[in-house]
Design a protein around this ligand. Structure first.
Ligand code: XMP
Length: 318
């Protein structure tokens, strides 16, 4: 297959896919879990063009998304593209299940299982769904085949759902998916979004997640993203985020002793996430970010910068 390198080629791919999707799906309905990530967003946008309201998108807010993320999904898909979008506020459900759980793998397991349960419950409420749309891309298939990782888009479905799969971008690489997304009219902030793990902020609020620390994490992360965007770093650094660990340290504010959380800044460059390096960041910008986080985020009195490459550290802290 010819690689998609230009907008013209993307438009051709889109036209071909729309025809193929219409043929495959007919008058049936397709259900799609829409996280707001590039792959599911491009899949949804293609399906909307092909079958309109017969695509039913489900966006599950598990409470571990970044600031503004659910709002953007609703704005782009429901308001701008006219999608049939079911928004599920599952925040309490996830956070209650995670309360007191400190083991990272157990947290991942709970988040993954709960997500499938919520999605299956929503599917059970709907009539006439025959297909499941998935944003599987080519590297997911390669990695699953090689046993490198069990990708959530490949074979991770509850078998009782019994849907046929619709995977319109499964032969594309990430850069191609992005070109197609732009040609479909999706905003850059969605198409060029940095990778964000399925368990979301859950693995960045280390140890047992509490709502107040999660909120501090969300605010600190929003400040970091805002500053990276304002300083031209958003498309130069592969992944950047904050972590709020589950311990406190002593500080001083307005002449009074504080005992609050630190925020850790993590920013890495990598080709494939197997190894990663830490890029140099302008010191004045780091100081500015420290000043903003310590003054704007309640419960935080200290900011650290993680300088460790992978190996020996992983990109995420959990
Ligand atoms: P690590 O921490 O292993 O991360 O160096 C490598 C890349 O994978 C992402 N990551 C995940 N993505 N579910 C995901 O969908 C996960 O549980 C998960 N853990 C790590 C991480 O953000 C980085 O891009």
């Amino acid at each position: 297959m010819q690689r998609i390198t230009t907008e013209a080629l993307a438009k051709q791919f889109i036209d071909e896919q729309i025809a193929a999707l219409k043929e495959q799906i007919g008058d049936s309905k397709v259900l799609l879990a829409l996280s707001g990530g590039v792959d599911s967003s491009v899949t949804a946008a293609l399906l909307i063009k092909a079958i309109g309201k017969n695509l039913v998108c489900v966006h599950v807010n598990h409470g571990l998304l970044r600031k503004g993320e659910s709002e953007q999904v609703i704005k782009v898909f429901r308001d701008q593209l006219g999608a049939e979008l079911i928004y599920v506020d599952a925040v309490d459900r996830f956070l209650d299940k995670l309360a007191g759980v400190s083991d990272p793998e157990q947290k991942r397991h709970i988040i993954g299982k709960e997500f499938i349960d919520v999605f299956a419950e929503e599917a059970a409420k709907l009539d006439g769904i025959k297909f499941l749309g998935q944003g599987t891309i080519y590297p997911d298939i390669l990695e699953s085949k090689d046993g490198i990782k069990a990708h959530h888009n490949v074979g991770g479905l509850p078998p009782e759902l019994n849907f046929e799969l619709v995977e319109p971008v499964k032969l594309l690489y990430k850069d191609e998916v992005r070109i197609v997304g732009t040609a479909l009219g999706l905003p850059d902030s969605m198409v060029y979004r940095q990778p964000f793990p399925g368990p979301g902020l859950g693995v960045r609020c280390t140890g047992a997640i509490t709502r107040d620390r999660l909120e501090a994490l969300r605010e600190a992360d929003a400040i970091l993203r805002e500053e990276f965007a304002a300083n031209g770093l958003a498309d130069k650094v592969w992944q950047y985020f904050t972590i709020v660990p589950d311990y406190k340290s002593t500080g001083i504010k307005d002449g009074k002793r504080t005992y609050d959380w630190p925020v850790i800044i993590r920013a890495v460059n990598t080709r494939d996430a197997v190894t990663a390096t830490v890029p140099e960041l302008p010191f004045a910008l780091l100081q500015h970010i420290v000043a903003r986080i310590t003054s704007e985020v309640p419960g935080v009195n200290r900011v650290l910068w993680d300088l460790t490459p992978k190996p020996t550290a992983t990109i995420e802290w959990e």
